[in-house]
Design a protein around this ligand. Sequence first.
Ligand SMILES: [Zn+2]
Length: 295
Amino acid sequence: MAISCFVAVSRETPTQALDSFRQHLQARSASRRCECAQSAQRTPRQNHILAALPLHEYERLLPELKPVALPLGCVVHGAGDRQGWLCFVTAGIVSRSYVTQHGASTAFAVTGSEGVIGVASFRGGDSMPSRAVVVSAGQGYRLGTGPLTNEFKHDGLLPRLLLRYTQALLTQTGQIAVCNRLHSVEQQLCRWILTFLDRSSGNELAMTQELIADLLGVRRESVTEAAGKLQDAGLIHYSRGHIAVLDRPRLQAHVCECYGVVRREYDRLLGRQNIHGLRTGSGDRESVCLANHGA
Ligand SMILES: [Zn+2]
C-alpha cells in the first residue's frame, strides 16, 4: 500500500502549505506514513539511472514519470506491500530495513539518487518482507508497472541499468551483513556516515541517535559511545542530531573495508564508463564515473 505514501508535487495555496507543514511535523514521529508535499521539484535527470538513458528513451519515459515528495519518515513501501511502481530517487535517502516481531530493526541498504525503490515491481515478485523508509527528506519520480513493462519490451537501456542496479544493491546488502557481524559499532557508524555523505551535499548530516540506532540495530548507548570516539578523534562533531564531518580523508582511513567494497562495486556496475559500454556495445571507456555522488 506504499503508494499512499507519495503525494504528487504541485503548487500550494497558503492553507495547503500550512496543512503540509502540519503533516510534515506529524511525519517526524517514527514509522508513520507521509502525506506532505515539497516544492522545488528536481528534474528526473537528477536520478543517475534516468540521466544515463539516451535522449529518445528518456523522452519516451518522460510523460509517464510522476513527481513525488519523499518527506522524512515516509514509508515508501511497507513489508509485504505490493510494489506496483518504481520510484527513481532524485534527492534524499531511503533506508531498507527489516522489523522483527519484537519491533527491533536493522537497515541492510540505503538508496539515494543513484538508484530506485520498488525493485520487486520488475523482478516479478511484487513484494518484499522488508520496508523502505525515507531517512533524509527528498524527492523522486514514480513510474507505474504499465510503462515499465513496456520498457522491458523495448531493447532499451533502462532494463539493463535496472538489472545492474539490482546487482549493486545485492552487493551492498551482502556487505552490510558481513559488516554487522564482523566489524565494530564504531566502524559501522563510520561506514553509514560516509554512505550518507555520498548521497548528500555538503559535510553535514541530519542523523539523530534514534536513526543511527535503527540503522545499526544497536542501543542508543552504543551509538553515543561510538560517536564519542569519532568526535574525540577529531573526525566528526556530533550535536543534537547533526553530524558534521571534520576530516573526511581520515574518516575514510578509519572505516572498515566494507565501505570501499560497496563503493567500488557501484562504480564498476553504474560508473559512466560501463554505462557508455552498455549504450554502444563497444566497451569504450571514459574516465569520469556516473556515480559521482558515490555509491
Ligand atoms: Zn565493515
